[in-house]
Design a binder for this molecule. Structure first.
Ligand SMILES: [Zn+2]
Ligand SMILES: [Zn+2]
Length: 245
């Protein structure tokens, strides 16, 4: 094949620097990757949830490091902007976490991203490699904050103690990402669960009524007042088994 040279810089055409129209890629100012917006990546250091368009989303992977990698990849790729006339764009993104990887709220580690893109521009296959450092932020999400607090809206009392019911309640709550048991009290006469959502505690109560034979009693006490004077109540919900299980 006849060697071709760039008329501007005199470089010989190579795979890495093909001639585009007249000039070589380096001289032509054509960049396959035109830019990217730094995605603002915030990941909960405790549960791995992350913010996407200001919404808190569930983790993608059970493994914390895999989860971080997948989130970074997904969010970074969505911010890439390629040359308009490029066709058949193929990109691969490799995420390199720092060797020492502290994840606690407030930490902002730098993640190294290796991006390689290939595409066809002016019927030439073009390839670019980029190394991009990306800062992410570890935070503590509001769900975890709530779980770590002693916050509750309802106390669910089970009388007498029943392992079957305790396991059932724990299982049902674990399926919910927005509801927590912030405290569990074992007493002689039974067990109390402090639950962060009153409406969920009521759903749980009707579940128990359907599944197990027992009586219920709901009492509420004034807890505090909102600024506009509306009263805030905390409920105590009792479920008493007709006979021990
Ligand atoms: Zn050139
Ligand atoms: Zn969290």
């Amino acid at each position: 094949m006849k060697k071709k040279f760039c008329p501007q810089c005199g470089r010989e055409e190579t795979d890495d620097n093909p001639l585009m129209d007249e000039l070589c890629k380096k001289c032509s100012n054509i960049r396959l990757l035109e830019g990217y917006k730094d995605p603002k990546i915030r990941i909960c250091s405790n549960c791995g949830s992350y913010f996407f368009r200001n919404k808190l989303l569930h983790p993608i992977d059970m493994d914390f490091e895999e989860n971080v990698k997948k989130i970074v990849k997904e969010m970074f790729e969505s911010k890439l902007k390629f040359y308009q006339k490029a066709e058949d764009i193929k990109s691969t993104v490799k995420i390199n976490l720092p060797k020492i990887f502290h994840h606690s709220p407030g930490n902002t580690p730098i993640i190294d991203i290796e991006l390689s893109v290939t595409a066809i521009i002016n019927s030439k296959r073009v390839r670019e490699n980029h190394a991009i450092p990306l800062k992410i932020s570890f935070i503590s999400c509001k769900r975890c904050n709530m779980q770590n607090s002693k916050y509750y809206e309802a106390i669910l009392q089970i009388r007498p103690y029943s392992e079957k019911i305790v396991n059932y309640i724990k299982y049902v709550v674990s399926q919910r990402k927005d509801v927590f048991i912030t405290q569990e009290e074992e007493l002689k006469e039974g067990v109390n669960f402090y639950i962060t959502s009153k409406s969920f505690a009521m759903i749980l109560l009707s579940d128990l009524k359907n599944k197990f034979d027992g009586e219920t009693k709901i009492t509420r006490e004034l807890y505090s007042q909102k600024k506009d004077g509306t009263a805030i109540y905390r409920s105590t919900i009792l479920f008493r088994l007709s006979k021990p299980l």
